[in-house]
Each structure stands twice: as C-alpha cells, then as structure tokens.
Design a protein around this ligand. Structure first.
Ligand code: UDP
Ligand code: MG
Length: 311
C-alpha cells in the first residue's frame, strides 16, 4: 500500500460526500498506485455512518472504522494510525478546512527525504476572533510550559512516513496529543505553508470543555514543568509568609497589635489557594499515572468495514 488517508469523523453528514469526492480525486491524480481512505466514525449520532456505508459499497478504497462511542478526535486519529498500512500516511479533518488537493505537493516534499510534512496555516478563514485568541493563548502557554518544541498554528493536517507512524503507534500513553507525539518522534520534519479554508459545512465539533481538556492533555503529556511551577509558587509563598510574619512581630512590639481580621482572612485565603493550586497540579499528574496504570485499550472498535480485494 502506497498511501493511507486517515479522516476522523464526528457528525459530519453534510461534508462526507464532498470530502470523499475530493479525497478520491486527489489520490487518483497523485503519483501513487495503491491507496486506502480510512474513515473513523467517532460515535456520530447523525447519518455519518450510513453515508459512509453507502460510499463504501461504491468505492473499494474506503475503510470504515466504527468506534463504539465518541472517543474524541485524538483517539479517533490513533485508531486510524493503528490500522493504516500505507508507506505514507495523510492525516486530514473531515470538514474540508484542509484542502486534500495538497496531497501531491506534500508527497513531493516528503519524497525528498522528509519524514513529517506538517501543514502550517497562513491565515484562518471563517474562525471567530475568540477561537483565534484562545488558540494563540494556548500555543503560547504550551510552548512556555513544554519541553518538546511543538510548532504554532499547526493542526493535525500532515503527511508522515510509515516509520514515524510506527513509532507513534508504539507509544502507549492514554492521554494522547497526536501532533505533539509526532513532533517528539523526530527525524526530519518540515513545514508546508497553506491557506486554511472555512468549514465546508456544520459547526465545529469542539466545545469549550473539550478544548480545555485537550489543552491540559497537551501540556501535561509533554512536560513536568507545571509540577515545578507549583514548587515555585510554594517557594514565593514562603517568602511572602516570612515577610508577613516579621511584620506581625514588628507590629506587636513597636505598634498597636494588628486588629483587623480582614487582612488575616486575605492572607489565609491567599495561601490556601496557593496550596490548592499545587495540589491540583500534582493531582493532575497522579490521575494520569492512575489512568495509565489501568492499561485500558485506547479505543473500542464496534466494526470495521473494508473490501479485501483492495487494489
Ligand atoms: N472530531 C472527532 N471527534 C470529536 C470531535 C471532532 O472525530 O469528538 C473530528 C471532526 O469530525 C473533524 C476533526 O475531528 O474531522 C476536527 O474537528 P473540528 O473541525 O470540529 O475542529 P476544528 O477544526 O474546529 O479545530
Ligand atoms: Mg475544523
């Protein structure tokens, strides 16, 4: 197999047919012989699966991995990676924000010996300012907190070689941040500048809660720096506390004893919240160790639809 295209789909009924048409023609026009298009149905509640099954009857290149429930985009991508057999793997969103037609130029670049060709967005069309601002904040925080260099304005849209895929698949972590994991693998990685389109149809499938969860996963799976930051907080807190204590002693002997409870209450709440922050950060990592310790499978597959006589 020369190429596997991986597309996670969650309630994308409006985009699927158009998506399939464009992906299929990009693959047919590209300089490859055999390919598969893997759609991962991430527990969609609309007609996504039905449409996929219809398309599957017509096009033997299609493989459908139907997950048992909604696992989230990162796990859906992981399911696709596990199943991909191509020498090159093309990661794509279902909403046509990333043009499938870039397959050929990205393939050309990969063939010059680049293991990861990642799409870097020049500008974003059809995104709200809130989304742009939060995404900026997210990348700034991430690059400040994490040890691995994770490029900004880069999504999961990319073309990777089989060996990179194999390494990512061999990483057992439960909390997955796929683009970060790909960065971490190394080899030669180069950017590919492109313009991102607006969503073809439907709404973004990321709620604020999901995005927050994703950000915490991204940061904590790549760094233990937040743990150290909590130590720094504690250290600064100690210094402030020592200063306050000295001031209280000074006041006791040389001024009237401090009478206000308000200042006291402020100090107590301030330090308790510092402690809670530290405990929270530690808890986040302990929780992760716990989840990892359970060693559950990453995702559950309900069914796989594929045509055996793939060409
Ligand atoms: N997606 C998924 N599971 C989810 C959420 C999203 O498989 O729980 C898929 C979705 O169908 C799309 C891709 O992940 O193909 C990116 O989602 P979306 O376009 O909503 O994200 P955005 O582009 O807004 O970051
Ligand atoms: Mg999108």
């Amino acid at each position: 197999m020369d190429l596997s295209v991986i597309i996670p789909c969650y309630n994308e009924e409006e985009s699927i047919s158009e998506l399939h048409k464009r992906v299929l023609s990009s693959c047919e026009n590209a300089d490859i012989k055999t390919f598969e298009i893997i759609f991962i149905n991430d527990g969609s509640t609309d007609n996504t699966l039905k449409i996929l099954q219809e398309l599957h009857k017509l096009d033997p290149h299609i493989v459908i991995i139907d997950l048992s429930r909604n696992h989230g985009q990162q796990l859906a991508l992981s399911a696709g990676l596990h199943h991909a057999t191509g020498d090159y793997i093309f990661l794509l969103d279902a909403d046509l924000q990333d043009p499938p037609e870039l397959l050929q130029p990205m393939l050309d670049k990969a063939r010059t010996g680049v293991d990861v060709v990642y799409g870097k967005r020049k500008e974003r069309k059809g995104e709200t300012w809130l989304k742009l601002a939060t995404s900026k904040l997210f990348y700034k925080t991430l690059s400040f907190l994490s040890d691995t260099d994770i490029p900004e304005n880069v999504g999961d849209f990319r073309l990777i070689t089989k060996r990179v895929k194999d390494h990512v698949v061999s990483m057992p972590e439960q909390h997955r941040y796929v683009r970060g994991m790909i960065s971490w693998v190394g080899f030669t990685q180069e950017e590919f500048l492109y313009e991102r389109d607006a969503r073809f149809a439907g709404e973004t499938k990321w709620s604020f809660g999901k995005l927050l969860h994703f950000s915490v996963d991204a940061i904590s799976s790549f760094s233990i720096r937040p743990l150290r930051i909590s130590l720094l907080f504690a250290f600064i807190g100690c210094i402030i506390a020592a200063g306050l204590a000295m001031y209280a002693i000074y006041g006791y002997y040389f001024k009237n004893p401090i009478s206000g409870w308000a200042s006291l209450a402020t100090i107590i709440t301030f330090f308790s919240s510092l402690q809670l922050i530290c405990i929270g950060v530690i808890g986040e990592y302990v929780g992760r160790a716990y989840m990892q310790g359970k060693n559950r499978p990453l995702f559950i597959i309900r069914d796989i639809y594929e045509t055996n006589s793939k060409n």
